[in-house]
Design a protein around this ligand. Structure first.
Ligand SMILES: C[S@@+](CC[C@H](N)C(=O)[O-])C[C@H]1O[C@@H](n2cnc3c(N)ncnc32)[C@H](O)[C@@H]1O
Length: 211
């Protein structure tokens, strides 16, 4: 992922956001040593944003699509109240095991339930309403995830979608994933059910409030 802003500014913004506790620092290290794409983790700045959004929205029930090694799930779980719950979906058993091991070291890990399997399939059996949904999985399915999730979010609830600027490739789409994000962004922006604002944080984060 190419930085959209100067790396020094990105680091400065991260440094002035919620500090990363030892569980997150260990998780970053394990993800670097055990996986091929550690840059998929949302990291400190976006993790802080997600945690703030959970708190700000008063969310108690959160759904995530794209667990990976569990950074964003744990960041959001930290923002939930004691009786809050987060369900997170992924297909990858190996990264799920890394996530579970990290969550087990945190007092907030017991708020998280991971479901293994293709997210579109898992979504069929998940009932709403959710207070917040975070979409961060395979880009080709973003529009499908959106369509499956919007009806499951309560009115006034929040949808957050990661990588919507896709390292700037949305301006000159070539690959299927570039085109999928461009199509998704156009769809979300014209969706009358949701008020959207696109943030230029990290790789672009779309926020939508359901009407
Ligand atoms: C960008 S990573 C998620 C990063 C995570 N939010 C974090 O902060 O660590 C995307 C994840 O989507 C998962 N994924 C890809 N295709 C999927 C599918 N069809 N269903 C469920 N998960 C999928 C991948 O296994 C990968 O772990």
């Amino acid at each position: 992922m190419e930085a959209l802003i100067a790396p020094e500014l990105e680091a400065y913004a991260a440094k002035h956001s919620i500090p990363e506790g030892p569980v997150f620092r260990d998780l970053v290290a394990v993800t670097r040593s055990e996986t091929d794409m550690p840059q998929m983790q949302v990291g400190r700045l976006e993790g802080a944003l997600l945690r703030v959004l959970v708190r700000l929205s008063g969310a108690k029930r959160v759904l995530e699509i794209g667990t990976f090694t569990g950074y964003s799930a744990l960041a959001m779980a930290e923002g939930l109240p004691e009786n809050g719950r987060l369900i997170t979906l992924d297909v990858n058993e190996k990264t799920n095991a890394i996530a579970r091991a990290a969550w087990d070291k945190s007092p907030h890990g017991n708020k998280i339930e991971a479901k293994l399997g293709p997210a579109l399939k898992s979504l069929e059996s998940l009932e709403g309403p959710f207070d917040m949904v975070f979409i961060d999985a395979d880009k080709e399915n973003y529009s499908r995830y959106w369509d499956a999730c919007v009806p499951k979010v309560r009115p006034g609830g929040l949808l957050a979608v990661d990588n919507v600027l896709w390292s700037g490739r949305v301006l000159d789409p070539k690959e299927p994933s570039d085109k999928a994000i461009v199509a998704f962004n156009a769809k979300a922006a014209s969706d009358v059910r949701v008020d959207c604002a696109m943030l230029t944080v990290r790789d672009g984060v779309l926020l939508g409030v359901k009407k």
